[in-house]
Design a protein around this ligand. Structure first.
Ligand SMILES: [Zn+2]
Ligand SMILES: [Zn+2]
Length: 223
């Protein structure tokens, strides 16, 4: 069986991340994971802070956490895959997007000014998959099942109330597949959750296909 982390942040790109990409990858390697999705925050304040840079340069900066993680992962024989956790205009929700690459990022320079619905509609021709992260978190986030492909029902971040049962109910009601992730920012978050699969997840497509079937085993590590 293979363990995958679907949700983690690096200190290079996410201001709230406290672990450098290389260290993060090593921690997950020690915890027996084979695949990591790097889901740094794609959020307006990150790009605003880069002021005069071109969008191309900003995308490069955004990808720096992933780039470092990928180097570390390659040397350890792990699959490290670029993803992102998007936040849109005037909305507290977070959306994990899988199946992206540099070209996809470059395509939407105004993405943080879009609404979740606008993003969903604008990307239906792209081969991406949108998962709403922790849709009921602290009852501040709110579910938008009409604009996503799946629900992150399990999010083990210990500093928030996830309302896991409620998240499962929403997924079931709207016939959406479910997944889970650790949302790792600091040492205590690492490897609290895993998606466990019979076959190794080597690409975003591998994950998306399994997720679509809604047969992922979500493992929670109660430390
Ligand atoms: Zn964060
Ligand atoms: Zn996150």
């Amino acid at each position: 069986m293979y363990k995958t982390e679907t949700h983690l942040h690096t200190a290079e790109t996410s201001d709230c991340g406290h672990i450098k990409a290389k260290d993060m990858v090593e921690l997950y390697h020690e915890a027996g994971y084979k695949t990591l999705f790097i889901t740094d925050h794609l959020i307006s304040w990150f790009f605003d802070g880069l002021k005069n840079m071109s969008w191309e340069e900003k995308v490069e900066r955004f990808m720096s956490g992933y780039t470092e993680a990928k180097k570390a992962g390659d040397s350890l024989g792990m699959n490290v895959i670029l993803s992102a956790e998007y936040r849109f205009k005037d909305c507290p929700n977070d959306y994990l997007v899988y199946g992206i690459d540099r070209d996809f990022l470059l395509k939407f320079p105004d993405v943080t000014n879009m609404t979740p619905g606008e993003f969903y509609n604008a990307t239906r021709d792209d081969n991406i998959f949108i998962v709403q992260a922790h849709p009921c978190r602290d009852h501040v986030c709110y579910p938008t099942p009409e604009f996503v492909d799946a629900i992150e029902a399990v999010n083990t971040n210990p500093r928030h109330d996830n309302f896991t049962d409620e998240s499962y109910e929403i997924a079931q009601k709207h016939n959406l597949p479910v997944t889970g992730g650790s949302d790792s920012h600091v040492f205590d978050d690492v490897a609290l959750c895993a998606v466990v699969t019979e076959h190794e997840i080597k690409t975003a497509s591998d994950y998306i296909e399994l997720l679509k079937e809604n047969k992922l085993t979500i493992f929670e590590n109660k430390k």
